[in-house]
Design a protein. Sequence first.
Length: 187
Amino acid sequence: MKISNPIIKEAQEKMSKSEDSLQRELGNIRAGRANASLLSRINVNYYGVETPLNQMAQISVPEARVLLVKPYDKSALKDVEHAILASDLGISPANDGSAIRLVIPQLTEERRQELAKQVRAKTEDGKVAVRNIRRDMMDQLKQSEKDGDLNEDELHSLEEQAQQVTDESVKNLDLIADDKEKEILEG
């Protein structure tokens, strides 16, 4: 849908950012499969500087449930191992002297249900954010009418566009959540 009003365009961009944020948050939920994004929040104390793990090591997925972390600097292997142990990942690293293997354990049915609930909760947070953006957008449109920038018919038309943009964003959030839930439950 082509949007020409700057208020709706700005709101649409904010909603898109909410969708991206949900995608990133759900990427951090462990679904029983190896995924490099599981390590995206881990920082390593590297020569006194907190450095993101993905900037100082190659992270690959050699098997469906195995992550392989190869630091570019082999002397940082112990630091990487300590950072992974200190994280909330809950996976014990296996250090073979040149790389670290992380074996993602199979999820129990109970744990799958808990993770699915987390997905739904994070999705609801995303929907709340989208509804807040919609509310602000509607307030701005009504203010534009009061200021004389819009007549009543234009306001009504723009409100319909705003609702369409909102509905589209909510639908996208649901699709993102459904994909993640399916990944978790089928594992």
